[in-house]
Design a protein around this ligand. Structure first.
Ligand SMILES: O=C(O)[C@@H](CO)OP(=O)(O)O
Length: 229
């Protein structure tokens, strides 16, 4: 049986402040640090081991992974970081408070921006100080730095990374942990579980709780469960 563990990063400073985050590189909150440590302890105490780790280039996911691997005494394993596992890009909403945005534009519009599959938030201008194109993290993907994304866009790049990189590790029987983000994990879960678009709207991934997928020889899920929920 093949197995992968998905973890959404621990609570971030902007989760705590209820702000649209996307590609903004905020760190974990004090509570997020505790959540990450607890995730590592649960994995360690349940006898999990990993051969390789995958994460985004955003520090909330990277730090969560570091803390988990530290708890498990696995800091030595290879860690691959890719922008393709970054959170969904929230365009011009990044940095805004979610409740204030709902007061301004209405609950329904904000729900569409947050949870619909195909609606993109207003795009960032390239001249905006929040534009990521000049960040050295993204120097190799110049033309692909998004200005906004819907869930489908996010899912597309996550699945490209899954098919190009992660799947071959799964098929070679490596034990894998992926430390990522709410919407990238939603996209991967939608694909793995073959969930229709209208079924993904209400799926929320909790912070810092390991989600285990057991897969068959074709990487189709046999079952999944949270650890320590
Ligand atoms: O702000 C974000 O980047 C994400 C995750 O925190 O929020 P949401 O749950 O609204 O997609």
């Amino acid at each position: 049986m093949r197995q992968i563990v998905l973890v959404r990063h621990g609570q971030s400073e902007w989760n705590l402040e209820n702000r649209f985050t996307g590609w903004t590189d905020v760190d974990l909150s004090a509570n997020g640090l505790v959540e990450a440590r607890r995730a590592g302890e649960i994995l360690r105490d349940n006898g999990y081991l990993f051969d390789v780790a995958y994460t985004s280039v955003l520090k909330r996911a990277i730090r969560t992974l570091w803390i988990i691997l530290d708890q498990m005494n696995l800091m030595w394993i290879p860690v691959h970081k890719s922008w393709m596992l970054n959170e969904r890009h929230y365009g011009a909403l990044q940095g805004l408070n979610k409740a204030e945005t709902a007061t301004k534009y209405g609950e329904e519009q904000v729900h569409l921006w947050r949870r619909s599959v195909d609606v993109r938030p207003p795009a960032l201008e390239r001249s905006d100080t929040r534009y990521d194109g000049l960040d050295p993290k993204y120097k190799d993907i110049d033309g692909q730095v998004p200005l906004t994304e819907n869930l489908e866009d996010t899912e597309q790049r996550v699945l490209n990374y899954w098919h190009q990189v992660i799947k071959s590790s799964v098929l070679s029987n490596q034990k894998i942990i992926i430390s990522a983000h709410g919407n990238t994990i939603r996209g991967l879960v939608q694909y793995l579980d073959n969930i229709p678009s209208d079924g993904i709207t209400d799926l929320n991934i909790p912070t810092g709780i390991p989600l285990v997928y057991e897969l068959d020889d074709e990487c189709k899920p046999l079952r999944h469960y949270y650890l320590g929920m």
